[in-house]
Write a protein of this length. Structure first.
Length: 81
């Protein structure tokens, strides 16, 4: 199965389809799509990408730039391996 950073392509496609914020907002952060934004957020904060994706799913796509970032900054996710 094709994967990117340990995440399957069907999951990446699902994350991008779930996007509710205009793509331009993700592009402002230098990302091509929602998955790229989540991957960069995980890398920038040294947290586990799979855990970040689970939290993003739980919070919903409209929290990508608010509640998700706050949760990451508050240390709610495990560090990356």
């Amino acid at each position: 199965m094709l994967m990117l950073d340990g995440i399957t392509m069907p999951t990446i496609e699902r994350l991008n389809r779930a996007r509710t914020i205009a793509i331009a907002r993700y592009e402002e952060d230098g990302c091509f799509d929602r998955f790229g934004y989540l991957r960069d957020l995980a890398r920038d904060h040294g947290v586990d990408l799979a855990a970040l994706i689970q939290l993003a799913d739980l919070l919903g796509a409209d929290e990508d730039f608010d509640g998700l970032v706050t949760s990451v900054e508050d240390g709610l996710l495990p560090p990356s391996a």
